[in-house]
Design a protein around this ligand. Structure first.
Ligand SMILES: Cc1ncc(COP(=O)(O)O)c(C=O)c1O
Length: 451
């Protein structure tokens, strides 16, 4: 993101940024110079003592807020016992207990099994391997504008930005991309359908399967239940039911990438639950351990139960300290049905934020669409309500102005701003964040003559 305004930061932050630029890889995607000192809940402070409201949670990771005392205590308790023992080769209580708790949240009618990894990309890699292993088929269908990670298998499915793939070809063969069911920006004509998501599934079956990929060779469809990096896009209601039926007709694994949308963020344990279908395999990470590195593949017993001895493993995945943080996180989020914890708050305060955004929308000619579920909320900015041309420059400027006024937000898609607060966010803090956002958007619109 190019700098659109001068940043208000103190001398210590500037010095750290300078040192960072001399030694750290320039491939990282820093948008503004926030240099963190510490955080508590939804508040963070930089090294110069400036306070910010954090609507990024380190990209949907600090699900229970920064440094939740129960998570910190669980980490300390486990760290004093032992730090590592390779869960692939040995057993330890925190991994087993975490796997039990996580499996209990799985949206399957049958029992679930869990494989623990280190990150989102590793969870996606493993999910793809499991789909190929189980079906003995090679092909994967993924969606345009999706983000699944940066390791070679996940990157082969990622189609968010060309810069993420440039100069890394050849990627893994066997991946085909189709349009995501984004009804606000459809790529396909409706061709007699009333639900754009059903139209997308029809395209897979009646165009793709009849021209370039025999359905019998497809191992899995990999899909984000709500598209994250691609712009916080919510599919149409008909999409997942039609996709589930398609997968059932051809024996294809429905793999949902819940790395960003899962673990309670949308007001349910798994975003797929909003659409009334069961996936076969889920990839999870990010918010699963409140900030400790941990990823998971969760699959039906009838699928993962046949992954034979030695066919997949990891040294660090399911690290005992991460698992201890994961247990504390799951306990704080809610019971197996998502009740009695922060997930309920995510649904309630998320809806409160959505309503507040809808309320300010009429005052902002640049707001094209407000969308999301729970605490996964996106505001797409456009140049013109008729053409819906994305206002990328405006989005960038709003993010930068908000930073100067004490609010951390990030962009996604071409011109969307995303709000991904901790799931225990309280309404006064939500009000503060939305007030700064409203002001920043007004100032940016005025600067560009949009008002
Ligand atoms: C939907 C989705 N899948 C996978 C990933 C990759 O996760 P990680 O960065 O932990 O490898 C991300 C990260 O943003 C994501 O949003």
């Amino acid at each position: 993101m190019a700098k659109s305004v001068d940043f208000n930061v103190g001398p210590k932050a500037l010095e750290y940024v300078e040192r960072d630029h001399a030694v750290v890889s320039p491939s990282y995607t820093r948008d503004y110079p926030f240099v963190m000192s510490h955080g508590k809940g939804a508040e963070v402070w930089d090294v110069d003592g400036r306070r910010y409201v954090d609507m990024t949670t380190g990209i949907a990771v600090n699900s229970t807020g920064h440094a939740h005392p129960k998570v910190v205590q669980a980490i300390k308790d486990q760290a004093e016992k032992f730090l590592h023992m390779a869960g692939t080769d040995f057993y330890y209580p925190s991994q087993i207990e975490f796997a039990e708790k996580l499996a209990a949240t799985a949206p399957f009618a049958e029992a679930a099994r869990v494989f623990l990894a280190n990150s989102g990309t590793e969870a996606v890699e493993g999910a793809l391997k499991l789909a190929r292993y189980h079906t003995k088929r090679p092909q994967i269908i993924a969606f345009l504008n999706s983000f699944h990670g940066r390791s070679m298998g996940a990157l082969s499915a990622t189609s968010s930005k060309p810069v993420q793939r440039a100069h890394y070809f050849p990627l893994i063969p066997g991946f085909t991309h189709v349009p995501y069911p984004n009804a606000y920006r459809p790529m396909l004509n409706m061709d007699g359908f009333t639900d754009y998501g059903e139209r997308v599934v029809d395209y897979i079956e009646n165009v793709l399967f009849k021209t370039i990929i025999p359905a019998e060779e497809v191992a899995g469809v990999l899909v984000e239940p709500i598209q994250g990096e691609g712009g916080y896009v919510v599919p149409t209601p008909g999409f997942f039911p039609a996709l589930r039926q398609l997968c059932d007709r051809y024996g294809i694994m429905l793999i949902t990438d819940e790395v960003q949308s899962g673990i309670g963020r949308t007001g349910k344990w798994w975003a797929i639950e909003h659409f009334g279908v069961e996936p076969d395999i889920i990839a999870s990470a990010k918010g699963i351990a409140s900030g400790m590195p941990l990823g998971a593949i969760i699959a039906r017993e009838s699928i993962m139960g046949h992954w034979e001895y030695g066919s997949h493993g990891t040294t660090f995945g399911g690290n005992p300290v991460s698992c201890a943080a994961g247990i504390a996180t799951l306990d704080l989020l809610g019971d197996a049905h998502g009740k009695g914890g922060m997930i309920e708050n995510a649904a309630e305060v998320g809806q409160y934020m959505m309503d507040a955004l809808e309320e300010i929308a009429p005052r902002h000619p640049s707001i094209g669409q407000i969308r999301g579920r729970g605490m996964m909320l996106g505001v797409e900015l456009i140049k013109d309500q008729g053409t819906r041309e994305p206002a990328k420059y405006l989005r960038d400027e709003v993010v930068h102005r908000a930073f100067n006024e004490g609010l951390l937000i990030l962009g996604c898609g071409t011109s969307t701003i995303r709000f991904m607060p901790p799931l225990n966010l309280e309404k006064p803090m939500a009000d503060e964040a939305l007030h700064i956002f409203d002001q920043a958007l007004t100032a940016a619109e005025e600067a560009h003559g949009i008002r």
